[in-house]
Design a protein around this ligand. Structure first.
Ligand code: GLC
Length: 403
């Protein structure tokens, strides 16, 4: 075991929370003490590769155990309400199921479940996770698809996991530009959705924030592929085939609908206008992680990734390219507007390896480990200097230890 792996294990243990009927790893002990859906899934993937699949199992079963009856997988779960922040207490008293968010995050959970299965071949675990995973992906396919597109919609920047990504700015109005206005706009829009009881159909009809986001849909395609593998392991080949074919359908829809022919990048779609939200960020590169993508399209993305004016900085891959007017490498007020994050690096490195770009993948993995060596497991990093930003001892940065 390498020294970074030992440090990763110590951090995952220090952030672990166990109580009556739950086990999970907090993204950060102080600022993010609750369970977040995609964070937990990354923690489980890290634990699996660090030789601790049993902990990974518990974390994923805790998460799936809190699924809402209709198949919504909460983006945040408050297992211990006494840890809730003032803003959470003020603005989130209207959640229909107390302590369980009615919003979602990218369904990384299926990737975590697949990793656990591949490490353990535990049939009991397989049988436990298949029904909730199937329900969640059905919910995404039936309740979150609108107007004949095969792509899934998100209703809040928080659902993307990329909270303050510049592409969302035009959707949020001028108020969001004021200091801390962004947070206010996101909380109040959650309250407007609460008046509609978070009913997806009603939210979509009102024309509120409704975006087909590239990262979210890429993770849906990967998640369905993983679910297909799990069904096949359970000898349910009919369901396995339909997951694989729906995964390919989503991939194709990303390539057809989000593609910008001029640049070769992939942009989110504002469902109310049908327009592409042309502000470049790391999510425009996410099809690098897809399995089904033509070689020419893939190479066009690699050209952007390796362009030193855009994404190929000293510590790649920045959340916003250097030549964007939004590039703020050391921004601390708003997230995802320049710094490098380890989870998006993990997706990109995995994708590059799958497509044979091993040296590039290695370079991203090495840069991620260098960041951790220099600055510790921080929430994000300055892509020019490697300086850490945001919270310390941040959970998913442990992915650097397994890349
Ligand atoms: C921030 C990130 C989000 C993450 C959460 C907990 O809000 O933008 O992706 O899930 O923190 O770490």
């Amino acid at each position: 075991m390498t020294s970074i792996q030992e440090k990763a294990i110590r951090l995952l243990d220090a952030n672990a929370k166990r109580g009556k009927g739950y086990y999970y790893t907090a993204p950060s002990r102080k600022k993010y003490p609750h369970q977040w859906s995609w964070d937990s899934s990354f923690h489980a993937i890290a634990n699996c590769h660090l030789g601790r699949p049993e902990l990974a199992k518990e974390e994923i079963l805790t998460l799936l155990g809190k699924m809402l009856p209709d198949g919504t997988l909460p983006h945040i779960i408050f297992h211990d309400h006494s840890l809730a922040s003032i803003s959470n207490r003020l603005f989130r008293f209207y959640w229909p199921y107390p302590s369980r968010s009615p919003l979602v995050q990218p369904p990384v959970v299926a990737l975590a479940a697949k990793e656990i299965w591949q490490q353990t071949e535990d049939k009991r675990f397989l049988k436990q996770v298949l029904p909730p995973l199937e329900l969640h992906f059905k919910w995404l396919a039936t309740r979150r698809r609108f107007r004949d597109s095969n792509l899934v919609s998100i209703f809040s920047p928080w659902e993307s996991g990329l909270d303050h990504k510049p592409a969302f700015d035009p959707m949020l109005g001028p108020f969001a530009k004021l200091p801390l206005g962004h947070y206010f706009v996101l909380y109040t829009s959650e309250m407007r959705m609460a008046r509609l009881k978070f009913d997806p159909e009603k939210i979509a009809n009102r024309g509120y924030f409704n975006v087909r986001e590239v990262l979210f849909n890429t993770v849906c395609a990967l998640g369905l592929e993983a679910l297909g593998t799990l069904f096949a392991a359970n000898d349910d080949h009919y369901k396995a085939d339909s997951c694989h074919s729906y995964s390919e359908t989503i991939s194709k829809a990303i390539l057809d609908e989000c593609h910008d022919a001029t640049s070769g990048l992939y942009y989110d779609i504002d469902v109310s206008t049908g327009n592409l939200l042309r502000d470049t960020s790391v999510s425009c590169l996410m099809p690098l992680a897809l399995t089904h993508i033509p070689k020419d399209d893939y190479e066009a993305l690699v050209d952007h990734l390796t362009n030193p004016d855009e994404f190929w900085l000293k510590y790649p891959v920045p959340s916003v390219p250097q030549n964007s007017r939004h590039f703020k490498p050391a921004s601390r007020t708003y997230l995802w507007r320049g710094p490098t994050w380890i989870n998006t690096n993990w997706f990109i490195a995995e994708g590059l390896r799958k497509h044979g770009y091993v040296e590039l993948a290695d370079a991203i993995s090495q840069a991620s480990r260098d960041l951790v060596e220099h600055s510790g497991f921080r929430e994000y990093y300055n892509p020019l200097t490697g300086e850490g930003g945001g919270v310390q001892d941040f959970g998913w940065s442990t992915l650097a230890a397994i890349m």
